[in-house]
Design a binder for this molecule. Structure first.
Ligand SMILES: [Zn+2]
Length: 330
């Protein structure tokens, strides 16, 4: 039985690659620039070069089962990428054929957050439960679903776009074409938008240090700054947190009623803010779902950190290409 898998995480800035064993341990980790601005062909070339580097580090490819790719957008059964808006020219690229041709190894691929969900399920905050949902709060909001211990991919691998559930009928127009997606309020960019809007509407007697900063230097505000002020008990930043978490609670309520998962895992850069988002969101969830179902669901922070994507891409190899579900063995 081949012992190792190569995983590649395609990010907007960097490509990360790993050689991983069947227990989720990293043997080699490499990172190179994606060079997305040079187009899809260059991105593909860089991926092939990174795979080559990892095989060199390993010394041989005889123990490598295959290559897994986690990428923005969707991947069809033939390995063709679609809907990867932040990587110009990447859409329409076939990732399986060139890998098979260059290395003689089989390839598999999935959406970056979907594969990160797989990593959380096997090696992170999802261990020990069969049904879970991940929400990655980053520049946008991605999602992933595991049911009965298996990644739920849906038709054409398109399941899990939970960030594009609308929570406001006439809300902010989202780049997906829908209005009021939760991504417009609770992603890193959404939090900043929410903060600037709330601060603009504050009467003079309710101004705070945060709202004065937001008014004076709006372009410097990040979700991290918002949460730094939340932790200092700034009332305006606190109000932003309540609004953001109420919106998050709405989709969590939908998820709870629809799927009744054991656990909902919040990850992504925004969750550097930590427990305050979990606690505030948990306070609002009962407004939006059956309390009897919510009672059986835990809301927790992701554990795999920034390597979730690359570990998940490698794990996908063991689970997709071995044709069976391999659980963590220790
Ligand atoms: Zn949307």
């Amino acid at each position: 039985m081949k012992k190792y898998a190569i995983g590649i995480d395609v990010g907007g800035t960097n490509l990360k690659g790993v050689v991983m064993d069947r227990n989720g341990r990293c043997r080699h980790l490499s990172r190179i620039p994606t060079e997305a601005d040079k187009g899809g062909k260059k991105v593909l070339e860089n991926i092939l070069s990174l795979i080559g580097t990892l095989i060199e580090k390993e010394g041989t490819k005889k123990d490598i089962l295959g290559i897994g790719i986690g990428t923005p957008g969707f991947v069809d059964a033939k390995g063709v990428i679609s809907a990867a808006k932040n990587l110009p020219g990447w859409e329409g690229t076939n990732v399986y054929k060139p890998i098979q041709k260059r290395f003689g190894l089989p390839a598999t691929a999935g959406n970056d957050v979907t594969v990160a969900t797989l990593a959380e399920s096997r090696y992170g905050a999802g261990q020990g439960v069969q049904n879970l949902v991940c929400l990655a709060l980053g520049t946008g909001i991605g999602g992933g679903i595991v049911t009965n211990g298996q990644l739920y991919k849906g038709t054409f691998g398109m399941a899990g776009e939970l960030g594009h559930i609308s929570v406001e009928t006439n809300g902010v127009p989202c780049n997906c074409g829908v209005k009021g997606c939760v991504e417009c309020y609770a992603s890193a960019t959404g939090i900043v938008r929410t903060a600037l809007e709330l601060c603009r509407g504050l009467p003079p007697d309710r101004q705070t240090s945060f709202s004065r900063l937001a008014a004076a230097q709006p372009h410097t505000i990040t979700s991290k700054i918002v949460y730094d002020y939340v932790k200092q008990n700034d009332p305006a930043a606190g109000a932003v947190n309540e609004m953001v978490c109420d919106k998050l609670a709405r989709i969590i309520g939908i998820i709870v009623n629809a799927l009744s998962p054991d656990r909902i895992i919040l990850g992504g850069g925004v969750m550097m803010a930590g427990q305050v988002i979990i606690d505030t969101t948990a306070k609002y969830v009962p407004r939006y779902c059956f309390e009897a179902i919510w009672r059986h669901c835990e809301l927790v922070i992701a554990q795999c950190g920034e390597n979730a994507g690359v570990l998940g891409a490698a794990q996908l190899v063991f689970e997709d290409l071995a044709g069976k579900n391999i659980q963590k063995s220790n």
